[in-house]
Write a protein that binds this ligand. Structure first.
Ligand SMILES: Cc1cc2nc3c(=O)[nH]c(=O)nc-3n(C[C@H](O)[C@H](O)[C@H](O)COP(=O)(O)O)c2cc1C
Length: 317
């Protein structure tokens, strides 16, 4: 079995007990527990499933992932088996994954999100549902996560069908087509009933192969993740935490560019209760465990009894 996180890393995320604050981010941990074949999920606080849509999706053509300086570009196009397969074949296995499972929901209408969230809520052992709102709303064309009114409507509707499962909203780090900031959108999500926030999804991005003069992704544009986005997300976590989340008691799961324990520690000092790892696991499957171990040692050196004491602990003066 090997290393197990010490009590110092025990984390409470909206009442969900976690052995450490480290989770695998949506879309980078398989549809459910596939990563358990290649890494020790027992050191993690949880895994977030691939975002599930009502219909199965093949996603975009290849190439849909590529490395770039400072991280990776992807345009997977939400490839997933769809709600029926998820409900019949995948959902029943949630309890056996060996760590907490957080379901990720995507869609292009409020009804679609509601249907999937409600199906996931009914799954035995499902702890948290994350709404991936970086999806275009068919009515406005804007992403749900970029449109205050649509986001409010969406979150309120999903809250209305939630039973015991907690609901997080996962925002984009950049909102295009609106004068509102990510902090405004986060506040709207919380006011509409979200139990927590996940910050953030990938940044809109593009790469071009100068030899062929073609875009590197078949979809032309995609999302940037990895180390280059980390400081951008640290700032957002800081702004949201200090802006209202701390006082409202709303936990933040910070995701973006974690490849070393120091990155995760920075997120915690900025105000995150938990930390997600995405691209880092593509580069090295040992990253998640190394981050957990590093955080454990950090807590010891900082002389704290629990990692929660370090949340939002950045010294500003
Ligand atoms: C290949 C790939 C697939 C992803 N798929 C999803 C997804 O289905 N749903 C989602 O909310 N985020 C998805 N993401 C975004 C990640 O969950 C994460 O928010 C983002 O990559 C930033 O973290 P990182 O820098 O550690 O990769 C995906 C990211 C990658 C790299």
């Amino acid at each position: 079995m090997g290393y197990r996180p010490s009590e110092r890393l025990t984390t409470d995320l909206c009442g969900v007990g976690m052995v450490s604050p480290v989770v695998l981010a949506s879309g980078t941990a398989g549809v459910l527990g596939e990563m358990g074949d290649v890494m020790d999920l027992g050191v993690l606080g949880g895994i977030v499933t691939k975002s599930i849509t009502r219909e199965a999706r093949e996603g975009n053509g290849f190439p849909r992932i590529t490395w770039t300086r400072g991280g990776m570009l992807n345009a997977i196009g939400l490839a997933n088996p769809g709600l029926d397969v998820w409900r019949d074949e995948i959902g029943p296995r949630v309890g056996g994954v060996g760590t907490n499972v957080f379901g990720s929901v995507a869609g292009d209408s409020v009804n679609e999100y509601v249907e999937i969230a409600s199906a996931m809520d009914a799954v035995e052992g499902m702890k948290i549902i994350e709404l991936n709102v970086s999806c275009p709303n068919v009515h406005s064309g804007l992403e749900f996560g970029a449109d205050l009114g649509a986001l409010k409507e969406l979150v309120s509707a999903v809250v209305g069908v939630m039973g015991n499962t907690k609901m997080f909203v996962k925002l984009s780090p950049i909102v295009v087509g609106t004068p509102h900031s990510v902090v405004d959108l986060a506040k709207v999500a919380v006011d509409a009933g979200a139990d927590g926030l996940t910050l953030c999804n990938t940044l809109p991005a593009m790469g071009i192969d100068v030899a062929t003069r073609r875009p590197v992704l078949s979809n032309v544009t995609g999302g940037m993740s990895g180390p280059a986005v980390h400081p951008i997300v640290v700032r957002l976590v800081h702004l949201v935490y200090r802006g209202f989340a701390r006082d409202a008691g709303v936990p933040i799961v910070a995701v973006g560019g974690v490849t070393r324990w120091e990155d995760a520690a920075e997120f915690i000092l900025a105000g995150a209760t938990a930390v997600g790892i995405g691209a880092g696991s593509f580069a090295d499957l040992r990253v998640a465990k190394k981050v957990v171990k590093g955080l454990d040692r950090w807590c010891l050196k900082q002389g704290v009894g629990g990692i929660g004491e370090l949340v939002g602990g950045v010294e500003l003066d």
